[in-house]
Design a protein around this ligand. Structure first.
Ligand SMILES: CC(C)(COP(=O)(O)OP(=O)(O)OC[C@H]1O[C@@H](n2cnc3c(N)ncnc32)[C@H](O)[C@@H]1OP(=O)(O)O)[C@@H](O)C(=O)NCCC(=O)NCCS
Length: 148
């Protein structure tokens, strides 16, 4: 059975395994831990029988939520897991009366750009050479949350 729950410190190793295989410049365990102890974060994961399959880290700012990372374990991609995570982030925003989700994505990460577009994100702007390690551009994307 699949559960969506908040990430706890004990999940850091499993997150790191997925992170490492998903990003060229992945977070280290200590970066993961420092994000986990950050007070104003909403970090969630999907587990099946206690195995962590997908996750997202997000930061709660005054009037928006910023997605820092989202990833699904390689073998289980294109099964809707990251979609479920976005739905959960939407619910969180509605509960907290946050009306915007914002993120930056590497302009060469076509899979992620498609994924975000499919989930209603629009391009706001492009930041040239935003990623210092690789000199690649970032696309800034956002999605308005309709509050009731
Ligand atoms: C981007 C990512 C999180 C998507 O996770 P996922 O669980 O496979 O996504 P979903 O199954 O929920 O996909 C939902 C929709 O997004 C789009 N999408 C997802 N992956 C795609 C891909 N590789 N190519 C094109 N479109 C894609 C599709 O429209 C898909 O719907 P469909 O399968 O019915 O066509 C996953 O590819 C990943 O972990 N990538 C590596 C890490 C990364 O780049 N993260 C994003 C930047 S922080």
């Amino acid at each position: 059975m699949i559960n969506i729950e908040e990430i706890v410190l004990d999940d850091a190793d499993e997150i790191y395994q997925i992170e490492n295989k998903s990003f060229k410049y992945s977070w280290s365990i200590s970066q993961i831990n420092s994000e986990l102890i950050r007070e104003k974060n909403y970090n969630i994961c999907i587990k099946e029988n206690n195995k962590l399959l997908a996750y997202a880290f997000s930061r709660i700012e005054v009037d928006f939520l910023e997605i820092m990372k989202i990833a699904t374990t390689e073998l289980l991609r294109r099964k809707g897991l990251a979609n479920l995570i976005i739905l959960k982030l939407n619910d969180f925003c509605i509960r907290r009366e946050i009306n915007k989700i914002f993120l930056d994505v590497n302009s060469n990460n076509f899979e992620a750009i498609n994924f975000y577009r499919k989930n209603g994100f629009k391009t706001d702007s492009i930041r040239k050479k935003y990623y210092q390690k690789s000199n690649e551009d970032a696309i800034l994307m956002s999605k308005k949350i309709i509050l009731p």
